[in-house]
Write a protein that binds this ligand. Structure first.
Ligand code: 5AD
Length: 351
């Protein structure tokens, strides 16, 4: 698909016409990654964060949330539970903070690899090259780092502390992760204030150039404890402004599937947050092939409030597992067992 066609679809609003796009995304998904839906259990191990990202509810300036760091035993309990449901992957996610020591993570990775057959995905933000290397050597399989937007001016405007750190160029970090041997995931938010249709178009083709293996695309959801959340409510009237809607998120996901083809695409929790009834299913019918159910202990989950109104705050264990199985059945797909790696699917990255 050529850029002008992608732009045309981004602006298409007619529901019937959009059926053509959904069908094409669904066919591409079936042809390149099959019918299996891979399940990744996510554990949000800490909500401490030193950053001041203008969109994120766990930014360092938010004094209204309780901060937590899980213990190794709590993490391992979650890991064992994820394995007991037959999932192939655990994702360890956290804000960025010095409390999360490189050696501590390395030991946890080794324990998971010794005691289970799970693949390990890390989503711990922008960390030092030496740390990323250590974790790879310790057995980590994948790393997830969203670029949020490929527009560097917009990126800088919403990540104010970036320049104080060793590097702030997430695209460079992604290349480093790929070189280091990680199966690498990235993604963007859709509808960031100031994000244009052209930004999204550029991002979709940037994904293709980067050659990442996974892309998570969710709507921007304003959080009242952030400056962007407050500004956003004042309204941004601009015909170039991409809306942060459910429909726009489906379009970006579907077009990413069509352009990048053999990658993994999760149906994001942010999408399921705007449409808790059918958001996950529609995501799966419009290009996605991965679900990431939450296994953070209930007592901590409410504090990982990156955006408000996160779903499944009360659901845990068997309940989550049954709900996910029902949803997969309802879209007539299969559960994928094993690591569900894009590499294993013979993906030639998305180039
Ligand atoms: N709206 C939507 N997504 C958000 N994230 C963080 N804050 C928000 C928000 N307000 C997403 C970002 C980040 C991931 C952990 O959560 O994409 O990478």
């Amino acid at each position: 698909m050529q850029p002008d066609e992608v732009m045309h679809w981004l602006k298409e609003e007619d529901e019937q016409t959009l059926e053509v796009l959904w069908k094409k995304a669904d066919e591409t998904r079936r042809e390149y990654v099959g019918n299996d839906i891979h399940l990744r259990g996510i554990i949000e191990i800490s909500n401490y964060c030193v950053r001041l990202c203008h969109y994120c509810g766990i930014n360092a300036a938010n004094k209204n949330i309780k901060r937590y760091l899980m213990t190794v035993e709590e993490i391992m309990n979650g890991v064992k539970e994820i394995e007991s449901y037959g999932y192939g992957t655990v994702v360890l996610q956290a804000g960025e903070d010095a409390r999360i020591k490189a050696d501590w993570i390395a030991e946890i990775i080794k324990r998971i690899k010794n005691e289970t057959s799970l693949s390990v995905t890390l989503s711990l933000g922008e960390r030092k090259k030496s740390e990323l290397e250590l974790w790879k050597k310790s057995g980590a399989d994948r790393y997830l780092l969203k670029i949020e937007t490929g527009n560097q001016r917009l990126f800088k405007s919403i990540h104010p502390t970036a320049s104080k750190f060793e590097w702030s160029n997430r695209i460079q970090i992604l290349f480093f992760l790929l070189e280091t041997g990680y199966e690498t995931g990235s993604g963007i938010m859709v509808g960031i204030p100031g994000q244009t249709y052209n930004d999204i178009l550029t991002d979709i083709f940037l994904f293709k150039k980067l050659g990442v293996h996974m892309l998570g695309i969710g709507p921007f959801l304003p959080h009242p404890e952030t400056s962007l959340g407050k500004e956003f409510f004042e309204g941004l009237e601009d015909k170039d402004q991409v809306p942060n809607t459910e429909l726009m998120t489906y379009k970006v996901n579907a077009l990413t599937r069509i352009i990048c083809k053999n990658i993994n695409i999760p149906t994001t929790t942010a999408l399921a947050t705007i449409n808790s009834k059918t958001g996950r299913e529609l995501g799966l019918k419009r290009g996605a092939n991965v679900i990431m159910p939450n296994f953070t202990p209930i007592k901590y989950r409410q504090f990982y409030e990156i955006y408000p109104g996160r779903i499944c705050l009360e659901e845990f264990g068997t309940k989550v597992n049954n709900m996910i199985h029902e949803r997969i059945k309802s879209v007539d797909r299969e559960i994928g067992y094993g690591p569900g790696s894009a590499i294993q699917n013979k993906a030639q990255k998305c180039i």
